[in-house]
Design a protein. Structure first.
Length: 256
């Protein structure tokens, strides 16, 4: 299919692009079960299916950029087959700070974790969710709306600018088994604040927010721009379960 690539804005042959990496679907199959297909959570609801959320959105060059700059590395760090490399890397060292069920890991104690690639992957997923109607019929909206943050993120993903000053990205690594076996597409993270979004990728929970108006302690926790480039380990069960319920309720509201 020929059209305008959403990232480079050039008219090219478009690939059948995925909203979330197809590797997540493969990792989440229930092998040995009567229905081994993963449970898909999206704006349309929850269904166990082999179908993947994809459409003609990006050209081949931009698809390769996404894979090279972040997706391949991120998929090597999620929980799969009982192994969770990113959590193992955190568990091998003492946290920089721990309190109330949270453990903060500064870059100084985990220099081997490529935060830039994890951040690039996360921004690519949030951006993809905002720039295209992934679920049909056409009258449906994109999964999220990044508004004024959309273009700075696009330029960063294209390599034209550095990490946008306008946003904060946080990464939570989840030691609980429930969160390690769940992935879902981006959705609004907080009904009280329209500039927060989140998505889950098998033990990695990414949180994105607009920086304007946020207290300094909030944006200092940014994975890339924060002074310590923090990664946070915490039990994510309630957080992820709440997001799952929010997706299901949103789907019900659309159908009504």
């Amino acid at each position: 299919m020929r059209g305008i690539c959403k990232l480079c804005l050039q008219t090219r042959e478009l690939r059948d692009s995925h909203l979330l990496p197809k590797a997540l679907y493969r990792m989440s199959r229930w092998e040995g079960e009567k229905n081994p297909n993963p449970l898909l959570l999206s704006a349309e609801g929850a269904v166990q299916t082999s179908l993947q959320v994809k459409d003609y959105v990006l050209c081949s060059e931009c698809e390769q950029r996404f894979n090279r700059e972040g997706e391949r590395y991120a998929m090597s760090q999620v929980q799969r087959g009982g192994k969770f490399p990113l959590l193992a890397a955190l568990s091998a060292v003492s946290p920089s700070k721990a309190s109330g069920g949270f453990a903060w890991y500064h870059r100084s104690v985990t220099p081997g974790i490529d935060r830039e690639k994890l951040a690039y992957f996360a921004l690519s997923v949030f951006w993809r969710a905002s720039v295209h109607v992934w679920h049909k019929p056409e009258k449906m909206e994109p999964p999220i709306r990044l508004g004024s943050f959309e273009e700075p993120i696009r330029k960063h993903l294209l390599g034209e600018t550095g990490f946008p000053d306008e946003i904060v990205l946080m990464l939570f690594v989840c030691p609980d088994s429930f969160s390690q076996n769940v992935f879902y597409e981006p959705n609004r993270g907080n009904d009280l604040d329209p500039t927060t979004w989140t998505f889950q990728a098998r033990g990695l929970n990414f949180f994105l927010s607009g920086k304007s108006g946020k207290p300094p302690r909030f944006w200092e926790a940014c994975l890339v721009k924060g002074p310590n480039q923090m990664i946070v380990a915490r039990d994510c069960h309630d957080k992820v379960a709440g997001a799952v319920n929010q997706l299901i309720e949103a789907a019900r509201a659309r159908k009504n």
